[in-house]
Design a protein around this ligand. Structure first.
Ligand SMILES: [Zn+2]
Length: 425
């Protein structure tokens, strides 16, 4: 059915002006409210009970499916975070988070027509909540037509209330999250925002469980390098395949009197687990380098964009005068899977045993650039390394930008034992 058809149907059912219905319906639909929910809302607005008073059925959370259009759910509010979105030039504040009952948890979005409290820990009956599919899963839409009633009932839920989390446990999509962290890196960036040029902060946060990048869209003065802070009402997005903490105008940042200690080491993972996780901001892998890939050794980069130049051509800038650089792309295999390591000029200098000047001379003497990559291969292929860095997984494959690359000193038998105990755990 087209929008026009829905308008026809509503206007005739409700006996109201077609233009008026159309304007309202377009508004709701543009605002991402699902069609069924939008129509239900208008039926209420124009005084139709919406199906003879038989409201949507009560369901347990694990029974809610993407086939449902409207349901009634009684659940505990786990988290609630505000976010402003732009719609038709106006700013709207929506609330997002998770609800749970004895059977499971579900995420929700509360649009600005929703009138109800969403206090973490409170049990609420949500009458006539819309259901939409989000990321393949059902999500509740709380709108104008949803009735929220606080219920004096304790549910035996298997989930933490309030959104306090360790960095290690954050996943893209998490909302209304509170973290206690130390600011490890922080810089101001100027971006083209909704309302012209604006300053944001970006950097790295750490706690006992790990490190994650962050963006503060509304710079908070309390966020500075070395500060230990509690940040409430953050949301998590994916950035280069790994979770990133987003801080907004709604986030509260409070300095902590106690210093938050930060894990020295990155968590060690098998290559398979790391790749399957979709990305890791900071991870340690151990494996054998089995091959050096093309594009290693003495390479040329475009002076405009830094991309590697092939035969004097940049993919974006055409014919350019390339600038020499050193880089290594190595394939690491730990027996579970493989990943491409990218070593920058410093790490490449270490394993090659010389810098740009030596590499240029080496290539000139041999009248062949590939001798540089060949020497790197001779030195590292077949050896075992401990590698730390940032892993991204995308359509180009799994790539780890290495910050540390050291030959493994562990006894192979000890390592095998450690790996086995990890598998058995
Ligand atoms: Zn370029």
């Amino acid at each position: 059915m087209s929008l026009e058809d829905h308008v026809e149907e509503l206007a005739s059912d409700l006996d109201v002006n077609k233009e008026e219905v159309k304007r309202d319906l377009e508004n709701l639909v543009n605002y991402s409210v699902p069609m069924d929910e939008a129509k239900q809302s208008l039926r209420r607005k124009y005084g139709d009970g919406g199906g003879g008073g038989s409201g949507p059925s009560s369901k347990a959370i694990d029974e809610v499916s993407t086939d449902d259009s409207n349901v009634t759910v009684t659940a505990v509010v786990l988290t609630s975070g505000r976010r402003s979105i732009q719609y038709n030039g106006d700013e709207h504040v929506i609330r997002e988070g998770e609800l749970a009952d004895e059977t499971g948890a579900i995420s929700y979005t509360a649009w600005d027509g929703f009138e109800g409290d969403l206090n973490p820990g409170q049990t609420v009956q949500f009458g006539n909540a819309g259901v939409r599919e989000w990321d393949g899963k059902p999500e509740l839409n709380l709108g104008e037509s949803t009735d929220a009633t606080a219920v004096d009932e304790t549910l035996d839920i298997d989930a933490a209330v309030g959104g306090e989390a360790d960095l290690r446990d954050l996943e893209p999509g998490d909302r209304g999250i509170t973290v206690d962290v130390q600011v490890l890196e922080c810089e101001t960036k100027t971006i083209d925002g909704r309302n012209g040029e604006t300053d944001i902060l970006s950097g790295v946060l750490g706690d006992e469980t790990g490190r994650l990048p962050f963006t503060d869209w509304e710079p908070h003065a309390e966020i500075e390098v070395g500060a230990s802070v509690r940040i409430e009402e953050t949301f998590v997005r994916e950035f280069r395949g790994a979770p990133s903490v987003n801080i907004s105008e709604f986030s509260a940042v409070t300095p902590l009197s106690e210093r938050i200690s930060v894990a020295e080491d990155a968590p060690r993972m098998s290559v398979e687990d790391a790749v399957e996780s979709g990305g890791q901001f900071d991870v340690e892998l151990v494996g054998n380098v089995i091959q050096i890939r093309d594009g290693s050794g003495l390479i040329e980069r475009c002076p405009e964009c830094g991309r590697v130049v092939q035969s004097g051509q940049c993919r974006s800038h055409g014919a350019v005068e390339g600038e020499d650089d050193l880089r290594t792309k190595a394939i690491l295999d730990d027996g579970t899977a493989t990943v491409t390591l990218i070593l920058d000029d410093d790490l490449t200098t270490e394993i090659y045993g010389g810098g740009l000047a030596e590499a240029r001379e080496h290539a000139r003497d041999a009248m062949d650039k590939s001798v540089v990559a060949d020497r790197i291969a001779e030195r590292v292929v077949g050896r075992e390394y401990v590698v730390r860095g940032s892993l991204s997984v995308d359509e180009y494959g799994a790539n780890l930008n290495a910050s540390e690359f050291e030959e493994s000193t562990a006894d192979p038998a000890e390592r095998a034992k450690a790996l086995l105990s990890e598998v058995e755990a």
